[in-house]
Design a protein around this ligand. Structure first.
Ligand code: 44T
Length: 850
């Protein structure tokens, strides 16, 4: 592809010469003509090259040709995408952006490609730029809101709003600097706050590094706005790549960092500090009693940490990590084999597994029960490099924990105390009033284990791959050691309330006969939300009923048709199956449930081999003929894909759409998919669900505000940070647990919007909803969720306690004061699949104003 872009840019003289150059003019006009002709012939690649040539040679055509150029670019890159020429695709975008650097449509579209390729940070940067160029550009807005959470994670707001944490860090830094630590490095500076504390405390030299591009740019902006750009040098790099004197002129006397996650080590603090001690810090203080010049020695804030653990029973954790039901919908799950969530700290090395997940225990729906007292799992001194280095070779430590309350062992919960210095420490414990979550190590044996009060739980603590690992290995009961990793035969206590099924027992007994090796490999992994979905009996039962109803209606219809019209050529053969398509994302049993209706051929969208095997196994064990289940994605390549029409004129009897994402938002492109699905239905066929009702409530919630933006007019520790980071505020909060949200309800539940998937004419894009306030307060947010109506009688709500869905909430730009009885007008808008809501009170004068 020609790269003529850099040549002869601008320059009046040069341009005049162009206009006067007849050969050049000739080339431009013939290329323009060729471009237009190629466009007509749908030869987008050649059209694109011609346009590049024209616009580079004759930039004055840019306005005239912009639309066609964009169109060509999009068409050509679509083609490149479909044949996997990704590098070429991005080259085209880069060339396009050289010509039109401020074109929000091109920026947004490139962002979409980047996003799909997994370059989220870069994608988000493009959406952000597009939105800055045109703040009312809805496509970029929608994309930006969807990715802003990755770009600037929401915990930045929480941490900046956590005044206790800010003050403690500031005090510790101030003390260290004033005691003589004059050169400081802030590792993982985020918004630059700790580096600015050091500078303000009087440090002579301050350096800061940040690996995220967005956060680095933000830190630079913040530091400049606070007049410290001359005093703090910010580097866009990972601390592990830093060298003296290349990146910083000499070793520093203080490293400050808060690169810790809920499990303490997940952000790589051990590795970063080992590297810092070897390459970036002055040597540590030697003996305790020797007083040395602090400017000649190195130290770290935080000085160390203590990690605590505790065993818990928690239904909410359980249903996200283990299959808890023996029957799902109409299917027996006994033959499913082992299903695992991707969270496990077992001894097998497996990159696809995370050792822990994170939750705020105090906010888990249904709460939790402590089964043991908290115990100290680990103590670590960040100022001792030998100790840091020895961590991964430390012997596995076995801890015996007396069980204090009986209950099902669902997980070990972990938190820590961060010792900033001798005086200041932060705790991330579940009882603390902090923004921190706890690390959750779910038990990974397939079934639960009921602990009894006199038991002792044996936990192994180790440190591998720079992660802390906690594993419940055994229970001491009546002098016997019951191994938790072994087959749960006689030791199985079941999930309270679930009835055991002898077939399931037989299956697990059989599984135990296999060798250890095969047992390790022979499991199927499901995402936590897929596991929770599988555990949602009501969801599957509702689909089962709705599908059965539809199939029996269709059967009656065809019987009548056959009786009424005798052998009409296009009429349905009584042994023709009904075709059902399940386009659910991820693992779904719905195709199997459909195939179980008899005379149904179901098409599943399940893509992963292991998951397909589970479905096939379940088909066999539930007496569903295997040929009644197809995996249509397996056939797309060989052109026998989903849209292959079955033999007669008949189309799909039912198409199942997956409408709501786990995070609580409507899936992107849902309405487009529904339109397509409707066209593919046979007469009398249905799209499931037929409609979605969005329901919401007015609330006053400070918690939601704290997670959405830096609050208040006061500067953060005296620094001006809020206006910069608040650019990344998004109006919709996702992954919310409405049932445990600390908030005051200011209205009843109200219907906000209806999306009709069966009847396009019934849809609208704007709606005005009137809601009466039931109490006085400040409306800060409107949480919302969905009633997914499969048909007129059967519906599922995403608010139910056993749902795998979380809720979302619109956070209002400005809180709205209301009195009890006031009418609030909500303007609810749906653009693509994004809901936005604005609220105002009715203009009725209050009693004082009358
Ligand atoms: N999350 C806490 C983690 N970095 C906190 O790019 C608590 C989560 C949390 N930069 C809910 C509540 C909470 N060199 O910007 C990040 C990251 C950067 C580095 C340069 C390195 N070696 C690193 C390592 C990380 O440091 C920043 C902070 S890290 C995590 C902080 C409120 N959910």
């Amino acid at each position: 592809m020609p790269n003529t872009s850099a040549r002869l840019k601008n320059g009046r003289r040069a341009r005049r010469r162009h206009r006067e150059d007849p050969a050049r003019n000739e080339l431009v006009s013939s290329s323009l003509e060729s471009a237009q002709q190629c466009l007509l012939n749908q030869d987008y690649g050649t059209a694109f090259v011609h346009y590049l040539l024209v616009l580079n040679l004759a930039p004055m055509f840019k306005d005239f040709a912009r639309e066609s150029f964009r169109f060509t670019l999009f068409k050509w890159t679509e083609e490149l995408d479909s044949v996997g020429r990704i590098q070429d695709l991005f080259n085209c975008y880069e060339q396009a952006l050289e010509l039109f650097p401020a074109d929000e449509v091109i920026l947004n579209s490139m962002g979409e490609h980047l996003f799909r390729m997994g370059f989220r940070d870069e994608a988000a940067g493009h959406f952000h730029k597009a939105l800055k160029l045109r703040p009312d550009y809805p496509e970029a807005r929608e994309n930006f809101y969807r990715v802003a959470n990755w770009l600037v994670e929401r915990w930045h707001f929480l941490m900046l709003n956590d005044h206790g944490r800010n003050r403690k860090y500031q005090q510790a830094i101030q003390k260290a600097v004033q005691s003589g630590c004059s050169t400081v490095l802030d590792i993982g500076t985020g918004t630059g706050i700790l580096g600015m504390c050091a500078k303000k405390a009087g440090a002579a030299e301050v350096y800061a590094c940040e690996l995220s591009k967005t956060m680095y740019e933000l830190a630079c902006e913040v530091i400049t706005a606070n007049g410290m750009d001359g005093g703090i040098r910010v580097l866009h790099m990972k601390s592990l790549e830093m060298e003296v004197p290349k990146d910083i002129p000499h070793r520093v006397s203080l490293v400050v960092t808060e690169t810790v996650d809920a499990g303490l080590f997940g952000e790589g603090i051990i590795e970063s500090l080992i590297h810092a001690w070897h390459h970036l810090l002055l040597p540590p203080q030697r003996g305790e009693n020797e007083s040395q010049d602090p400017s000649a020695t190195g130290r770290v804030i935080p000085a160390g940490a203590t990690v605590f653990g505790m065993a818990v029973e928690c239904l909410e954790i359980r249903r996200h990590h283990r299959l808890c039901l023996s029957d799902v919908g109409s299917l027996s799950m006994a033959a499913a084999g082992e299903l695992r969530s991707p969270v496990s700290c077992s001894s097998e090395p497996d990159d696809s597994m995370e050792p822990y997940t994170t939750e705020r225990l105090s906010r888990l729906p249904g709460g939790y029960k402590s089964l043991t007292e908290p115990f100290t799992a680990l103590n670590i001194d960040f100022n001792n490099v030998q100790e840091l280095e020895g961590l991964s070779s430390r012997e596995v430590q076995r801890v015996r924990l007396p069980v204090t309350q009986g209950g099902a062992l669902d997980a070990l919960a972990v938190w820590f105390q961060l010792h900033l210095d001798e005086e200041n420490s932060l705790s991330t414990g579940p009882q603390e009033d902090t923004c921190w979550e706890q690390a959750i190590y779910p038990v990974h044996s397939t079934k639960g284990f009921l602990l009894k009060p006199n038991d002792e739980l044996i936990v192994e603590v180790s440190c591998r791959d720079a992660y802390l690992r906690l594993c419940s290995v055994a229970v001491l009961r009546d002098g016997r050691e019951l191994c938790l990793n072994m087959c749960p035969d006689t030791t199985y206590a079941g999930n309270p309330g679930s009835n055991q099924n002898s077939e399931a027992e037989l299956c697990s007994a059989l599984a135990c006969l296999q060798t250890d090796q095969s047992r390790i490999k022979d499991f199927c992994m499901l995402e936590c939300s897929e596991m929770a979905l599988l555990n949602n009996h009501d969801y599957h039962q509702s689909f089962c009923r709705a599908l059965a109803k539809l199939i029996s209606q269709l059967k009656v219809k065809y019987q009548n048709q056959v009786q009424g019209s005798h052998i009409r050529s296009e009429s349905r053969d009584s042994c023709d199956p009904f075709y059902v398509l399940d386009v659910s994302e991820g693992f779904s049993l719905l195709s199997l449930i459909a195939a179980g209706q008899g005379n149904v051929k179901a098409y599943s969208s399940v893509e992963k081999n292991k998951q397909q095997e589970v479905l096939k196994r379940l088909a066999r064990s539930n007496c569903i003929p295997e040929q009644h289940l197809e995996f249509w994605l397996n056939h797309v390549e060989d052109e026998r894909g989903m849209l292959q029409r079955p033999s007669r004129e008949k189309l799909w009897s039912a198409i199942i759409l997956d409408c709501v994402e786990t995070c609580g938002l409507i899936r992107q492109k849902l309405m487009e998919k529904a339109t397509l699905a409707r066209c593919l239905l046979e007469d009398g066929g249905r799209v499931f669900p037929e409609k979605i009702v969005v329901q919401g409530i007015l609330v006053e919630s400070d918690t939601l505000l704290l997670e959405s933006a830096v609050q208040g007019q006061e500067p953060t520790l005296g620094f001006n940070i809020a206006p910069f980071i608040n650019q990344f505020t998004v109006p919709v909060h996702v992954f919310l647990d409405f049932s445990t949200l600390e908030c005051k309800h200011l209205s009843e539940f109200v219907e906000l919007f209806v999306l009709d998937l069966m009847d396009a004419t019934a849809n609208y894009t704007d709606r005005e909803v009137k809601v009466q306030a039931t109490s006085a307060g400040r409306i800060t947010a409107i949480p919302f969720w969905y009633h997914i109506c499969l048909d007129q009688d059967i519906s599922i709500t995403t608010l139910s306690h056993n749902s795998h869905w979380k809720q979302a909430a619109v956070v209002l730009q400005e809180p709205l004061e209301v009195r009890a009885g006031d009418w609030v007008h909500l303007a609810v808008k749906l653009h693509k699949s994004t809901i936005s809501i604005s609220a105002h009170t009715e203009n009725v004068p209050g009693p004082m104003e009358q």
